[in-house]
Design a protein around this ligand. Structure first.
Ligand SMILES: NC(=O)c1ccc[n+]([C@@H]2O[C@H](COP(=O)([O-])OP(=O)(O)OC[C@H]3O[C@@H](n4cnc5c(N)ncnc54)[C@H](O)[C@@H]3O)[C@@H](O)[C@H]2O)c1
Length: 248
């Protein structure tokens, strides 16, 4: 069994879907877990209580991942409360789909800022702490769409491919301080984000998945747990597709 006892973690967008599952998975492994959320205080309270029920500490921060000042403030408060940060999971993400012909500048900016700038914001916010600890694990949630592209998701695909280039650069820059940076690229995961997909789109996804099912949020959280733990100490700059075989 993987233990994160004595470790601390921060997950962006931790109140539902994949983020919530990651928060609970890391807490169940013994880590103290902080998470951010955009608007739902009630959901945040529920997740915070669920983490504390696992016998570890929890911190919940209402913070827009796009806002660098808020990211810096979140890290400041974690430092004051816990004194260190071992794991950062950049999970917050959105879609605003449409064919490029119809995609407007606001749709582009919204997705790029939420999915990519947020990763820059939080990595910048935590890196000094991790560098002074000479230890840290940064895990960024991309998507198979960043590798394959997808009609109707040019903004999303660009943001998720951007995460890959960013993460490989961070892996190279921070390796001398014993900080790893890896990417998890899920395929189709059964969450509120994908509940809006049309039946045709779902069928097309299913036809392209050798394992013939959507991922559960826990399938993704399991791979985050691995990258958060000492078992991954010699792995950096990698992209792990957790996608039932969609990309191979
Ligand atoms: N569901 C899938 O099939 C799938 C596939 C590949 C990758 N992903 C990625 O996994 C991550 C989680 O997706 P999900 O399926 O759980 O979606 P979701 O919509 O259920 O959850 C997204 C989370 O991000 C948070 N968030 C969004 N904008 C934010 C902001 N500006 N500031 C702070 N938090 C913000 C939301 O509040 C929510 O908690 C995303 O990065 C998504 O792109 C999902």
């Amino acid at each position: 069994m993987i233990s994160l006892k004595g470790k601390t973690a921060l997950v962006t967008g931790g109140t539902r879907g994949i983020g919530k599952s990651i928060v609970l998975k890391l807490a169940a492994a013994g880590a103290d877990v902080a998470f951010t959320y955009r608007s739902s205080s009630a959901q945040a309270e529920e997740v915070k209580s669920a983490v504390e029920a696992l016998g570890v500490r929890a911190l919940a921060f209402q913070a827009d991942a796009v806002d660098m000042t808020q990211a810096t403030e979140v890290m400041k408060q974690i430092s004051e409360a816990w004194g260190r940060l071992d794991v950062l999971v950049n999970n917050a993400g959105v879609t605003k789909d449409g064919l490029l012909m119809r995609m407007n500048e606001a749709d582009w900016d919204f997705v790029i800022n939420t999915n990519l700038k947020s990763v820059f914001n939080y990595t910048k916010a935590v890196m000094k702490t991790m560098m002074s600890q000479r230890a840290g694990k940064i895990i960024n949630i991309s998507s198979v769409v960043g590798t394959m592209g997808n009609a109707g998701q040019a903004n999303y695909a660009a943001s998720k491919a951007g995460i890959v280039g960013f993460s490989k650069s961070v892996a190279k820059e921070l390796s001398s301080r014993n900080i790893t940076c890896n990417v998890i690229a899920p395929g189709w995961v059964d969450t509120e984000m994908t509940h809006v997909l049309s039946e045709d789109a779902k069928k097309a996804f299913m036809d392209s998945i050798p394992l013939k099912r959507a991922a559960t949020p826990e399938d993704i959280a399991n791979s985050v747990l691995f990258f958060s733990s000492d078992l991954s100490n010699y792995i950096t700059g990698q992209v792990l597709h957790v996608d039932g075989g969609m990309v191979m």
